[in-house]
Design a protein around this ligand. Structure first.
Ligand SMILES: Cc1cc2nc3c(=O)[nH]c(=O)nc-3n(C[C@H](O)[C@H](O)[C@H](O)COP(=O)(O)OP(=O)(O)OC[C@H]3O[C@@H](n4cnc5c(N)ncnc54)[C@H](O)[C@@H]3O)c2cc1C
Length: 468
């Protein structure tokens, strides 16, 4: 008998699941239909800042596989511009609206994959649909609209001089905010970055975030922290400024990077269980518990944090792809589990690389750990070798046991991917003492004889010993 898999959401998690399921079950055993409300499948939202910034020339460079490829090579029926509006678990069918024709279709399913991603946080002041020049960067359509606006081609107001934009305000200093600040600098704009927090990059401890701030300021970005946005000003329907509790900042383009929350409205209506983090609850095989043959993955679910053991919502493409793959293997009749997350993340602001894994200080405190912290300054290569660049490594280790709890790195070059060694140590519950003996590679063009990671581990071990 041919079964039917319906996938809701045609990007990383949904299409990874669909592809894996297809690899294991041929078309006469499993029919696969994927609904995607947008214009694209399998696109890299992660690449949007680099497309806007011009490093990636074409939008299509960000698309891994289009619907024709899915149809012809994988026999997966992708329906673009179809938004699923309801899931009926009793009748085992979904209702989808065709956003092009306005029509409605009902499709039955035996298996369901929920992969709707995340919804950007847009406060009330940003929901002014009539104000042009305010952009999110969640989808390729968002990126295209922003690029058109920056180039002046989308400015239609009678008072518009169709000149290129000059002043940009980025609201939110997380990794998307800082990536977009860089992208706007590449467009030749003067850029202001506004964040409510003490430092930009609240995904780092403030003493590391300040290094990102210094780099942004060095690039000419006007960084305003501790500053809350209260509204927008506009003229002739076009944004002219951002209103804050510390006054107005002029802007002819505003980019929002205020974080996301799991997109679970449909799931909640259908009665799928949500966790405390707001994401759909799943077990290790990405099955929705107590709901027959329903899976979920990606930015819409919560994940197990391997250090705290708690459920967290950490929306990253790296998790979405892995979780989608696990779900697809299981849907296809195989066996796979998703082992949890550490929250390892890297980014850059021009030549400054920023990375973290595991817990920040505030997260370690909230999880009940007592810990020591160490921060070391080192270099990417042997000090005498050309191109050696400064690097700051911070470690957080549990008091007494010395177990690594988290790590952060900020440096000028060859810094960020060093976080991977630390992520592996964290994954394997290593102590900083054990880490001092790690056999990491050394040659002058690649590292000092004591790699910055090892120096940090040594210092952390001393700090742990001092706690008695
Ligand atoms: C600017 C930017 C930069 C990023 N950079 C990084 C990075 O460097 N590294 C990293 O790990 N992550 C990064 N991310 C995060 C990463 O893109 C996401 O974690 C990843 O895309 C999540 O995949 P997903 O499939 O769960 O959700 P999504 O990619 O959001 O896909 C969900 C899809 O579901 C569709 N959908 C939603 N509801 C419905 C419905 N009712 N009916 C039909 N379709 C629906 C949506 O249109 C969407 O296409 C970045 C994100 C952004 C926005």
């Amino acid at each position: 008998m041919t079964e039917r898999l319906i996938v809701i959401g045609g990007d990383a998690a949904g299409m990874a699941a669909a592809s894996q399921a297809r690899r294991r079950r041929k078309v006469d055993g499993l029919e696969i239909v994927a609904f995607e409300r947008g214009h694209f499948t399998s696109y890299s939202a992660c690449g949007i800042p680099y497309w806007v910034g011009g490093q990636v020339p074409e939008r299509d460079d960000l698309i891994a596989r289009d619907p024709a490829t899915f149809r012809d090579k994988h026999q997966i029926d992708v329906r673009l511009r179809h938004e699923v509006t309801a899931i009926d678990l009793d009748r085992r069918e979904v209702v989808a609206r065709d956003l092009t024709s306005g029509g409605e279709v009902r499709e039955r399913f035996d298996l369901l994959m929920y992969a709707t991603g995340a919804t950007p946080t847009h406060p009330d002041w940003a929901r002014t649909a009539d104000t042009q020049g305010v952009f999110g960067v969640q989808t390729l359509d968002d990126g295209a609209a922003l690029i058109d606006w920056l180039d002046g081609t989308a400015r239609r107001s009678p008072s518009s001089d169709r000149l290129r934009c000059r002043q940009a305000v980025v609201v939110g200093g997380g990794y998307i905010g800082v990536e977009m600040a860089e992208a706007l600098l590449h467009h030749g704009l003067s850029v202001t970055l506004v964040d409510r927090g003490e430092q930009p990059m609240s995904t780092m401890d403030p003493d590391m975030g300040v290094l990102v701030r210094d780099a942004l300021v060095g690039l000419g970005v006007d960084v305003r922290t501790g500053c809350a946005v209260t509204g927008l000003s506009a003229k002739d329907g076009q944004v002219t400024g951002v209103l804050t509790d510390a006054g107005e900042i002029p802007a002819d383009v505003v980019v929002l990077g205020l974080g996301v929350r799991p997109n679970t409205a449909l799931a909640a209506e259908a009665g799928l269980p949500l966790g405390l983090s707001g994401g759909v609850r799943v077990d290790q095989r990405m099955r929705v518990p107590d709901v027959e043959r329903v899976w979920a993955a990606g930015d819409c679910v919560e994940s197990l944090h391997r250090v705290t053991g708690q459920s967290v919502h950490i929306p990253l493409g790296t998790h979405a792809n892995k979780q989608g793959r696990v779900a697809g293997i299981n849907i296809g009749g195989g066996y796979a589990t998703f082992p949890g997350v550490l929250g390892t993340a890297i980014t850059k602001v021009c030549d400054l690389e920023v990375a973290r894994t595991g817990l920040l200080e505030r997260e370690a405190t909230a999880a009940g750990f007592e810990f020591v912290t160490t921060r070391v300054e080192s270099t990417s290569r042997a000090g005498y070798y050309p191109g050696a660049a400064p690097m700051t490594v911070k470690l957080i280790a549990e008091r007494r046991s010395g177990r690594l709890l988290g790590a952060q790195i900020v440096g000028r070059s060859e810094a960020a991917k060093r976080i991977d060694a630390l992520a592996v140590a964290l994954w394997n519950r290593m102590t900083v003492d054990e880490m001092t003996g790690l056999d990491l590679g050394y040659a002058p063009p690649y590292a000092p004889v004591w790699d910055p990671v090892l120096i940090a581990a040594r210092k952390a071990m001393e700090a742990v010993e001092a706690t008695g």
